[in-house]
Design a protein around this ligand. Structure first.
Ligand code: NAP
Length: 330
């Protein structure tokens, strides 16, 4: 999500990572045995996928990307077209996992599951992943996928100490497990809200905090417990958050923007928390999951994301044109 390279990425993230940084992350992660790279057609209007293809990540990693059911998409054929375009950008004939980015649409997720089954029959994708699917949606998607003959491998959901106390989220985790899906957790570090580097000033500008309706006063008790466990173990807070997610059987997806961050995340792999530490962390968790929000709010959120995707696409087209002009001049 952090590897897009359009002018809009620069505005939103404050900078665009140079290829050398992403190449260094690629090489170090391969060496360390990291097997999965997660992207989406929506990240940087396809420019994250394009970069992953250009830097040949497929020679050594499994690739997962995501189809976004935006409001101008209504049929299974949209999945096939989108997966074909993603594969072209990723530089692969077959993508390892195609995720449904979010089931929020006026149409039932059944349409997208059927679309992925069709994409699989055409050799465009090996397996289906779900993302942001609630418990009921997991059961229904897995049933339809079985009938259509496509394996479902994971449910990718927001999972951190900011959201884990949500009953709806816990139901989703339980349903995913019962269906044999790997639970992939994003935002485990709360996009920096649950790491040592956070200051009150950085908090004020944090988009996730604003989206979750999180105040500094609500966050402080969570960070206090996290930092107490971290101090006791002599580890950074990030290690404790990542080990806590793994203690719950959740595979963390970490948004990596530098080799130093990658090294830091890898450093958490040898840490196992004691049961009383997990209990203390569970006890301070908040329940701000979007699964608790009414459906109309989630539909509205997707409308905003759809609009953002159009903005990204325009921005990606502009930067591609600029790159081509530059190459032509050379
Ligand atoms: N399916 C979905 O709907 C969905 C939604 C969101 C994300 N995702 C996926 O999940 C991935 C991760 O999610 P995320 O980026 O939102 O959340 P995250 O991993 O909680 O946060 C990433 C941010 O935390 C900081 N960070 C990263 N590694 C760190 C470390 N080891 N120590 C300290 N700080 C660290 C960095 O911020 P600074 O650089 O500012 O320090 C980084 O940008 C995304 O890249 C994307 O692939 C999926």
């Amino acid at each position: 999500m952090h590897w897009g390279e359009t002018p809009l990425d620069r505005v939103i993230a404050g900078r665009v990572l140079p290829d050398e940084v992403v190449e260094a992350i690629r090489d170090r992660s391969r060496l360390a045995g990291v097997t999965l790279i997660d992207t989406a057609e929506g990240y940087g209007g396809g420019s994250s996928e394009r970069r992953i293809g250009r830097l040949r990540f497929a020679d050594g990693h499994l690739l997962a990307t995501k189809f976004l059911p935006t409001y101008w998409r209504w049929t299974p054929g949209a999945v096939v077209r989108s997966q074909r375009a993603s594969n072209r950008r990723l530089g692969v004939e077959t993508c390892d996992v195609g995720f449904i980015h979010s089931p929020i649409h006026f149409r039932s997720p059944e349409v997208w599951v059927k679309g992925f089954a069709r994409a699989r029959r055409r050799g465009l994708v090996r397996a289906l992943g779900l993302s942001n699917f609630s418990a009921d949606q997991v059961w229904s998607a897995v049933r339809i996928a079985a009938a259509e003959g496509i394996p479902v491998v994971a449910n990718q959901i927001q999972y951190s100490l900011l959201v884990a106390a949500s009953p709806a989220l816990q139901e989703t985790v339980a349903a995913s497990r019962e269906c044999g899906l790997t639970v992939l957790g994003y935002g485990v570090l709360g996009q920096g809200l649950l790491t040592d580097g956070l200051t009150q000033e950085r908090f004020e500008g944090n988009l996730v905090a604003r989206r979750l309706g999180l105040s500094w006063d609500l966050l402080t008790p969570v960070r206090t417990v996290l930092s107490e466990v971290a101090a006791k173990r002599g580890r950074p807070m990030s290690h404790i958050g990542l080990a806590w997610a793994r203690a719950h059987g959740v595979v963390p997806l970490v948004g990596t923007r530098s080799v130093a961050q990658l090294e830091d995340s890898l450093g958490a792999l040898d840490l196992s928390l004691a049961p009383d530490e997990v209990e203390a962390l569970d006890g301070c968790a908040l329940g701000l999951s979007t699964f608790e929000r009414p459906r109309w709010q989630r539909l509205l959120a997707l409308a905003l994301v759809s609009a953002l995707m159009l903005g990204y696409k325009a921005s990606a087209a502009a930067s591609l044109r600029q790159r081509k002009l530059h190459t032509d001049k050379l």
